[in-house]
Design a protein around this ligand. Structure first.
Ligand SMILES: [Zn+2]
Ligand SMILES: [Zn+2]
Length: 341
């Protein structure tokens, strides 16, 4: 089959004779239709190897057609559209039993060993796959995986109707959180983002204001929150500066939700501010069974309309170009999709 193989930092090559994944018992074989480029894929391309050795086939934000259903799999038929978590989990540990497959101990190993969806075919455990209605456009379905990440962070945040929200960083995850916070009844939403284009997207996805961190942001946010600060701050930038700002912008008794992996790996916690404000600092990683199910419904019904987020399409043959363009000017794009079929 054809697969896009990341051979070295900055170099992806199309291999036309890449071995097809062999389904394990309980797996479904899918023909990949579309895969979105995730920030983590871009990170491996620009600065890898980080989480996985090379050569590797990246890609996990897929939507595919079911082509083969094993004898012990129920609930799927050939031709169904499916999305889900590509990396295999054990299916037996306490986390998997509760549908928290991204917390499975096996996952770390699986991320390094398993091939991704910038390829013609993948095979995935059926328990990690979710049916998408046939009427849902494939491109929008490819946004269900990142939408599940946003769902997870909204649930972790315990956001309530009428609360005030700050989102730091307007990459795809920050933008999806913005739209979901709006849908969940946040009364005011401020987004902090350096790229003009992404600030415009943030307004389109439901932000009341979108601020450039190069300018003074604390004043406008205090004005928006009656000088209290935000009930919930979602830190999605993955930067130390973003985490610093989050601690300043969150109100007393507020929640600071970390929805990123941090490049420097260490952050500065203003310990006494955290104590005096009685902050809840909440980490949110990936998504689980519940989040995927909800993301399927929200995206399919367009209660979460992901269309403004889709910025560009590339064919699998042009994937090197897609990564280069995105790496050179990330701020000008929402989500870039790769047609793999
Ligand atoms: Zn991702
Ligand atoms: Zn497990």
């Amino acid at each position: 089959m054809r697969a896009a193989v990341l051979k070295a930092r900055g170099r992806i090559e199309i291999d036309r004779e890449y071995p097809e994944p062999r389904p394990n018992p309980g797996d479904l074989r899918l023909r990949v239709r579309v895969t979105g480029i995730c920030g983590s894929d871009l990170h491996e391309f620009v600065a890898g190897p980080l989480l996985t050795p090379m050569p590797v086939v990246l890609g996990h934000e897929f939507c595919g057609d079911v082509v083969e259903v094993g004898p012990d799999v129920r609930g799927f038929e050939q031709g169904d559209h499916a999305v889900g978590l590509i990396y295999p989990s054990c299916g037996r540990c306490e986390f998997c039993r509760h549908g928290d497959f991204t917390s499975c101990d096996m996952l770390e190993l699986a991320v390094a060993e398993h091939n991704g969806s910038f390829a013609e075919y993948i095979s995935v455990p059926a328990r990690q796959l979710f049916l998408v209605p046939a009427a849902t456009p494939i491109d929008e379905a490819a946004l269900i995986e990142p939408s599940s990440v946003a769902c997870h962070s909204i649930r972790r945040s315990r956001l309530e109707i009428g609360e005030r929200v700050v989102v730091i960083g307007a990459g795809p995850i920050g933008l999806l959180i913005t739209a979901l916070a709006r849908a969940a009844g946040a009364s005011r939403i401020a987004v902090v983002e350096p790229a003009d284009h992404r600030r415009a997207l943030a307004r389109a996805m439901g932000a009341d204001v979108a601020l450039d961190p190069a300018e003074e942001i604390e004043g406008p946010i205090m004005e928006l929150t009656d000088a209290r600060g935000a009930d919930v701050v979602f830190e999605t930038s993955g930067s130390a500066a973003g985490f610093d700002a989050a601690q300043r912008l969150v109100r007393k008794h507020g929640r600071l939700v970390m929805v990123a992996l941090y490049e420097g790996r260490q952050l500065r916690l203003e310990a006494n501010i955290a104590v005096l404000k009685e902050l809840d600092i909440i980490a949110s990683f990936w998504a689980n069974d519940v989040d995927f199910r909800r993301a399927v419904e929200l995206v399919s019904s367009r209660k979460l309309d992901v269309r403004p987020l889709i910025s560009a399409h590339y064919g699998l043959e042009d994937i090197q170009k897609a990564f280069e363009v995105l790496a050179a000017d990330r701020g000008s794009y929402g989500k870039v999709l790769v047609n793999c079929g």
